[in-house]
Design a protein around this ligand. Structure first.
Ligand SMILES: Nc1ncnc2c1ncn2[C@@H]1O[C@H](COP(=O)(O)OP(=O)(O)O)[C@@H](O)[C@H]1O
Ligand SMILES: [Mg+2]
Length: 307
């Protein structure tokens, strides 16, 4: 599946502790599209990282390099210090779990259960443990009751969750999700994201490609902003949402909470509220003494940041 062979000399991590590092990464597809044009980034273990940018900015191409699905045309990618050019995809798959944007590219078994257990069998996990992990993964995505159905009987949102379960069951150190909330209703979106958050709390690193800026505000610890095959900015959500120059260049829109916070005026950019609770705190802090109520929001926001 690799679109290019690796010709560069082997890279080493030279003592760094990055989980994933790309160095001057270029990827040119057959036909000459320069999808990545010198992307540099470093991802630390344990983060919840959002990768954002307009359509065609190279996000999917970038993350496909992390599990060796694509190889650099030039430059390098190191995963746990392993140069992906010289590491078998099967070895990278033990570190990086990858949920595709379109679940139908990933699903091929004839029942939900078989689909979920397939990767574990491939990895040689013994039957009893494979069964346990499969049950846990299907319960986590809310599909256990449908385990005997054919994947074609599931809705698109359910197939997306099935694809997530198959990768979850592998219990990899890193979970990469490409547009996981696209096509999901409100409840499924919350289910997927709180699952990712739980995994992150347990120490897994989460990488999410998304257009959903509310998701970024609520969950991400870092945001990588892509433009034209390069990393334009790698910063916290607060920093990204306060950089009008970056937002303008990439066409990204701040989430409604951030917009509302700004619209209320006089809010220091460094204190940009990212969730409804944060917005509430900012508003209360601006009220004259005696006007502030100690009641917290009746409707809690989805995100759990700062709670
Ligand atoms: N398989 C492919 N063959 C040729 N060009 C591709 C292929 N996949 C993506 N591209 C092109 O590479 C660029 C980056 O695409 P992609 O990584 O999918 O961006 P994003 O995920 O940010 O939307 C786009 O111009 C896209 O049309
Ligand atoms: Mg994409």
């Amino acid at each position: 599946m690799c679109s290019a062979t690796c010709s560069a000399p082997p890279e080493t991590s030279s003592g760094t502790n990055f989980l994933i590092e790309t160095r001057d990464l270029w990827h040119v597809y057959d036909g000459g599209v320069n999808a990545l044009q010198g992307a540099n980034l470093q991802i630390q273990p344990g983060g919840f990282v959002a990768i954002v940018g307009s359509n065609g900015s190279g996000k999917t191409t970038l993350i496909k390099h992390f599990n060796g699905l694509l190889k650099p045309t030039s430059g390098s990618v190191l995963v746990n210090g392993m140069d992906t050019c010289r590491t078998r995809t099967s070895q990278l798959a033990r570190v990086i779990g990858f949920v595709f944007q379109n679940p139908d590219h990933q699903i091929f078994a004839s029942t939900v259960l078989e689909e979920t257990i397939f990767g574990l069998k491939q990895m040689g996990v013994v039957s009893e443990e494979a069964q346990e992990r499969t049950t846990r993964a299907l319960q986590a995505v809310g599909l256990y009751e449908m385990r005997n159905r054919h994947p074609r009987q599931l809705s698109l949102g359910q197939r997306q969750r099935l694809a997530t379960a198959s990768v979850l069951a592998l219990e990899t150190q890193v979970l990469v999700l490409d547009e996981p909330t696209t096509g999901q209703d409100f409840v499924a979106r919350r289910q997927i994201m709180s699952l990712a958050m739980d995994l992150n709390r347990q120490g897994r690193t989460i990488l999410v490609v998304t257009h959903d800026m509310t998701l970024v505000a609520e969950y991400a610890t870092r945001v990588i902003v892509m433009k034209a095959g390069q990393v334009l900015l790698d910063a916290t959500p607060k920093e990204v949402f306060s950089r009008d120059d970056i937002l303008r260049q990439t066409g990204l829109k701040v989430p409604p909470v951030v917009e509302l916070g700004r619209g209320l005026g006089a809010i220091d950019r460094a204190a940009t509220p990212l969730t409804l609770n944060e917005l509430y705190e900012v508003i209360v802090s601006k009220l004259p003494p005696g006007k502030a109520s100690s009641k917290s929001l009746r409707h809690k926001p989805l995100g759990t940041r700062g709670q």
